[in-house]
Design a protein around this ligand. Structure first.
Ligand code: PFF
Length: 469
């Protein structure tokens, strides 16, 4: 069979927009502000920044190095060093697959809410909560939006790296910054908004517990798209003269800046309208439209812009998730790109239908004690990603040759990477221990014990059959 030539990114800017696009997603705009609200504001932000700088930056550098060294996506990259380790890559592919079992559902909601902003959503602020409940439990409407959302992903990923993912990132990421800054200008100037900024930037360490550290570290992983081979895959399309540590620093900074900007956009609005910052998961779809409804004339525009922002952020992340699976099928199964995209997304659509229906008509149907939506979410978010990240750190530290890593990170000795020893020792010794602690504490705190056992069993089966993957 003819195999397609493996593409590279067309430009450095294009790669950076695509990688930052992957990182910036629902994790930044929806999850980060709500976690900050629930964990003491400024104190959480300081701990989060520490986690990003210590763990996130090192793992991203490592993923780029592993990907570019092998020139292959997750499974192939591990396999090129040791057959035994291909299971860690396969676990990443499975994580990407499962995250795509619910991410497009929420992506579809964001699309729907762009439209709903113009069609009367804001007219009755007191009914916004009920309207959201009615929308997500409807058996048809969210499915239509999900299919539209997934179809947009299909079109982008089917076009390939340069004219698909890279082109989309180059347009959408700058647009995302523009919209975010426009919203900040509006919300920061609201009367009473200053209180929100004070909450964000005055740390209250009395609220900090061990759980706060766990939440911060877990969030750093999810937000930076680490622990499932996504940045390995994106790194595999990088040319040999790109400076990996510098690119990792830029992507990490962009992701963190969007999380901080999203918090700066949202908190003044919450405080100005007397909404509790601890409102939790309903924050984006219920509280934000309520806030904009009270804003008068321009509320509709700001609401539509906000959901456009959420849609763009989600889209550039979900294309990376789809690409992780597609790249595996291209590299390891020698499948043509388009075929890989169509097959993969068809299965994802079925999973998303189950996930969406599990919030409504199928709410009584559970597997391992949870509905399909939570099954895909908890399994990846709480079990697979942390373990995937820990495995990567161990693989890099103990199974790759130190001189190979140095060679890759210094482009064959042509550029300097002064912090190499610090990076190497952190990745090899400190990070596996930190992640082991999080994984242990996080997994044992999960209420759905049978789901946890299932997740660990999947990992064990993968490890046993690693040579076949
Ligand atoms: N980083 C994305 C977010 O913050 O929403 C989610 C994500 C994308 C996680 C890609 C993992 C991944 F490989």
């Amino acid at each position: 069979m003819m195999t397609e030539k493996r593409e590279n990114w067309g430009s450095r800017f294009g790669f950076l927009m695509a990688a930052a696009g992957s990182a910036v997603g629902l994790g930044n705009i929806w999850r980060f502000p709500y976690l900050t609200g629930m964990n003491g504001g400024g104190a959480f932000i300081i701990i989060y920044l520490g986690c990003v700088a210590l763990v996130g930056l090192c793992i991203m550098t490592a993923e780029f190095a592993v990907g570019r060294r092998s020139g292959l996506a997750a499974v192939g990259a591990y396999k090129s060093v040791s057959d035994r380790w291909s299971f860690a890559g396969a676990l990443g592919v499975l994580s990407g697959f499962f995250i795509m079992g619910f991410y497009p559902v929420v992506g579809g909601w964001s699309l729907a809410y762009i439209a709903k902003s113009f069609t009367g959503l804001l007219a009755a602020p007191e009914a916004i909560g009920d309207a959201f409940g009615a929308f997500i439990t409807n058996p048809v409407e969210p499915l239509v939006w999900m299919v539209i959302y997934l179809a947009i992903n299909v079109v982008i990923v089917a076009k390939g790296i340069q004219s698909g993912i890279e082109a989309a990132g180059k347009v959408m990421m700058p647009l995302l910054y523009v919209i975010l800054i426009a919203i900040i200008f509006r919300t920061v100037s609201l009367p009473g908004g200053g209180e929100g900024l004070k909450f964000l930037f005055t740390p209250d360490f009395s609220k900090v517990t061990g759980q706060t550290f766990l939440a911060a570290l877990g969030q750093a992983f999810f937000s930076l798209s680490l622990g499932m081979g996504c940045m390995i895959t994106y790194g595999s399309y990088l040319s040999k003269d790109e400076k990996l540590p510098q690119n990792a620093l830029i992507v990490t900074t962009m992701d963190t800046s969007v999380a901080l900007l999203a918090a700066v956009a949202i908190f003044p609005a919450l405080f100005a309208f007397g909404v509790e910052p601890t409102a939790g998961p309903g924050l984006v779809f219920v509280v934000i439209p309520q806030v904009f409804a009270q804003m008068g004339g321009f509320g509709v525009i700001f609401s539509a812009l906000f959901f456009l922002l959420l849609f763009i952020a989600a889209l550039t992340s979900s294309v990376s998730l789809l690409e992780v699976v597609v790249a595996y099928l291209i590299d390891q199964q020698k499948m043509p790109r388009k075929k890989a995209v169509y097959i993969t997304s068809a299965i994802m659509a079925v999973m998303c239908i189950l996930a969406s229906l599990s919030l409504g008509v199928m709410s009584g149907f559970t597997i391992f004690g949870v509905g399909f939506f939570d099954f895909f979410d908890i399994l990846t978010d709480k079990i697979f990603l942390a373990i995937g990240g820990g495995l990567l750190a161990i693989f890099v530290g103990f199974f790759m040759k130190k001189e190979d890593l140095k060679d890759e990170l210094t482009n064959g000795g042509t550029i300097s990477f002064g912090a190499f020893e610090v990076w190497y020792n952190l990745t090899k010794y400190v990070i596996p221990l930190v992640i082991a602690w999080i994984a242990f504490a996080g997994i044992t705190a999960i209420q759905q014990k049978s789901l946890m056992i299932f997740g660990l069993a999947v990992i064990a089966v993968f490890a046993i059959f690693s040579k076949k993957l």
